[in-house]
Design a protein around this ligand. Structure first.
Ligand code: CIR
Length: 255
């Protein structure tokens, strides 16, 4: 959770066509841009140099830059997002990864892996199989992850959850924040789990960036629980990302 850099992408106007499990209306591109701007500012306040890529209108979900790549120890792994409309985001992102990362490796597979299904600690990569990430993708990712000094643990994301990290995030080296549903799946062996408070499940897509935990606005009880546990919070609005099933972790690659 200690990062010097982040890579992010401005939301496209076409984000109104972004994928979503249930329709509660389109995001407003102007409001999304404002929320995204505040997010970038928070990353900078937390001590990251943030490179912001221009929007990519060809891909409505391209603001969710976490899904087409995974960065471990400064090496970017170009993934294979599992949604048809998102697969091309990986190739579109590759030149920027070459520019900003120490090294770039391609996940060679017929399978699929979305970065949103991957939670990293200092030495473990927890990967949740989901509708977007399959066994083939996971097994083809394994040698790359191991060559970078991490172990890979393949877990199951419960079926109603989009991504493993939709409902979990790393708070510190030994602690995760997770929804009771994901915690009950037994995914977090060897880690302490702080559970989101009932009705505040969306708070679980948080991020720890250096001294701060970024938390989505509108989750006061979980915020209080985290503050009592000693975390310093930056509370950010994610109302527009939420309309297309996105949250705080999805909008940057941190490294
Ligand atoms: C999608 O369905 O792929 C996007 N609308 C949302 C992706 C959110 N990304 C993430 O949780 N890592």
């Amino acid at each position: 959770f200690e990062f010097t850099h982040a890579l992010s992408r401005v939301p496209a106007q076409s984000v109104t066509d972004g994928l979503r499990a249930s329709d509660q209306g389109d995001p407003d591109p102007m409001a999304f841009a404002a929320e995204h701007g505040a997010y970038i500012a928070a990353l900078r306040e937390a001590g990251c140099v943030v490179n912001v890529l221009p929007s990519d209108e060809a891909f409505p979900d391209s603001v969710f830059i976490e899904d087409p790549a995974l960065v471990l120890n400064g090496t970017a792994i170009v993934l294979r997002p599992g949604a048809e409309t998102r697969l091309g985001e990986a190739a579109a992102l590759r030149p920027a990864l070459l520019e900003h990362m120490n090294d770039v490796v391609d996940l060679k597979t017929d399978g699929y892996v979305d970065g949103g299904d991957i939670l990293c600690t200092d030495d473990r990569v927890l990967l949740g199989l989901s509708a977007r990430t399959n066994v083939q993708g996971a097994e083809d990712l394994r040698p790359i992850v191991e060559s970078l000094g991490y172990t890979l643990e393949v877990l199951q994301t419960p079926p109603e959850i989009l991504h493993f990290k939709t409902e979990s995030s790393l708070l510190d080296e030994g602690t995760v924040l997770a929804t009771p549903a994901l915690a009950a799946s037994g995914a977090f062996k060897g880690l302490n789990v702080i559970e989101t408070v009932a009705g505040e499940e969306a708070a679980a897509n948080a991020i720890r960036v250096n001294d701060f935990v970024f938390l989505s606005a509108g989750h006061p009880k979980t915020a209080e629980k985290l503050e009592k546990a000693g975390y310093s919070l930056k509370v950010l609005n994610t109302s527009q990302a939420a309309l297309v099933d996105g949250g705080l972790s999805c909008m940057s690659l941190r490294y």
